[in-house]
Design a protein around this ligand. Structure first.
Ligand code: ZN
Length: 288
């Protein structure tokens, strides 16, 4: 998003690169050095980057501004009020300790769900926040940022309409998806799709045998054909679950990360087109 809005005036450095897990990211010393020399820091917030506050304290970051793209939105809460930390169920890198959950703002009923970009209308909120932050850090470019943000926002609004038309081709009773973790809550709320995530029901632990068995019964009883792993997190449990339920895994969804430039989801917009291209035929039960 920052690249789209900043254009040639802005050099963007991503601390968490393609394919990496922002929840479990471990900053390197070179990241602290990068941060010291940067003019503007853009973060998602809502507890998505628990390591970032520690990194900011460690570097004594004194940039002109930190833009929190979710500031001002009304966050949804993660399902299961007992959860303390959003978790992908993935093992941390060898020798690394799982970072403790940072202080996260409270949602209406518990831990806020950070994955707000999965609703394209909220994506437009991100665009406005980023454009304002760039204009503050570089007033000479304010007009350029305003123009590119307006054009980008219009594209996202059009993409939002396309997503709705795509979902409308799926019979309402078939709008159900199993994914490996609960990153699609905002998507589900915005577009009327029910996402069931076995790793969403527990934090550190694997789901219990009873929980997995209940999900398998539900897959069979409701004829759910859309079962996906994601590009981050641990797919092993989902593979077992799909096998036991007798359904085929339908590919990898991009939720928390983009692909490298030569992959199928190198931008925010491409991520939606890629995911919808997998989700719609899978929900319709088409061979794919
Ligand atoms: Zn996530």
């Amino acid at each position: 998003m920052v690249r789209e809005i900043g254009g040639p005036r802005v050099a963007v450095h991503a601390l968490v690169g393609p394919g990496a897990d922002a929840h479990l990211f471990q900053p390197r010393p070179s990241d602290a050095a990068t941060l010291r020399g940067t003019a503007l820091l853009v973060r998602n917030g809502l507890g998505f980057e628990p390591w970032l506050d520690r990194l900011l304290r460690a570097t004594g970051y004194r940039g002109p501004a930190v833009v929190t793209t979710t500031e001002g939105i009304r966050p949804r809460s993660l399902d299961g009020g007992a959860r303390r930390e959003h978790d992908h169920g993935g093992a941390p890198a060898a020798g690394a300790r799982r970072p403790a959950a940072g202080p996260a703002p409270r949602g209406a009923g518990g831990v806020p769900d950070p994955h707000a970009w999965q609703d394209l209308r909220l994506g437009q909120h991100y665009v406005a926040a980023i454009a304002a932050g760039l204009a503050g850090a570089d007033p000479a470019g304010a007009e350029a940022y305003r123009r590119s943000a307006a054009a980008y926002s219009a594209r996202l609004a059009a993409l939002d309409g396309w997503v709705r038309r795509q979902i409308a081709t799926v019979p309402p009773e078939r709008r159900k998806v199993i994914t490996s973790h609960d990153a699609f809550g905002y998507f589900g709320d915005a577009y009327g799709v029910r996402f069931l995530a076995p790793q969403g029901v527990s934090t550190e632990a694997e789901p219990s045998a009873a929980q997995v068995a209940a999900l398998i019964r539900q897959i069979r009883a409701e004829g759910i054909t859309a079962v996906f792993v994601e590009t981050i997190g641990n797919p092993a449990m989902l593979r077992r679950l799909a096998q036991e339920a007798g359904v085929r895994l339908r590919g990898r969804l991009y939720a928390d990360t983009l692909s490298p430039p030569d992959g199928p989801a190198p931008s925010y917009e491409a991520m939606f087109r890629h995911n919808l291209g997998l989700l719609v035929p899978a929900m319709r039960g088409e061979p794919g």
